[in-house]
Write a protein that binds this ligand. Sequence first.
Ligand code: GRF
Length: 186
Amino acid sequence: MADPRRVAVLISGRGSNLRALIDGADGYEVVLVAANKPQAAGLDWARSRGLPTWTWDSKGLSREAFDEALDQVLEDHGIGTIALAGYMRLLSAPFIAKWRGRIVNIHPSLLPAYRGLDTHSRVLAAGETRTGCTVHLVTEELDSGRILGSATVEIEPGDTPATLEARVLAAEHRLYPAALSKFVRK
Ligand code: GRF
């Protein structure tokens, strides 16, 4: 079994959590950044830091075909833990089965509440007084695996989805490296 401290981060976009994971690395090392969108901004940043990157445009590809290629790259790099950070593509069942217990994700709500997309709008529409973010294991069921850590963010009067997103994102950047660090030491 590969060393759990050898981490691959999977992204699709801006990659602010990727940065937080790299800057806050403690007890683990990000040894690969992979993206399913070649134009993901986080890739440029990773390259500028001299990190190995891999990308393949997943558009039009079957889930299985893409995940088989991804799996091979992860094996080639001796990856022990996969951290999803704004990775906007569902993983195939065989991939999840193979990597079971070794894939983590961060979600911008206090799970199990508000699984799925558009969490901040839904939280505000429901009149919640608090929300937050959660790091959890990835299973076949969306945003439902074992919770590894969470952080609470108070909702303030006048909050919009954008202001809330910014404060939750700041909390994500503190939570994710800490939760991953704890996870790889388990
Ligand atoms: C974050 O809010 C994360 O919780 C969600 O997608 C967003 C990714 O942002 N899964 P970034 O690419 O890490 O900046």
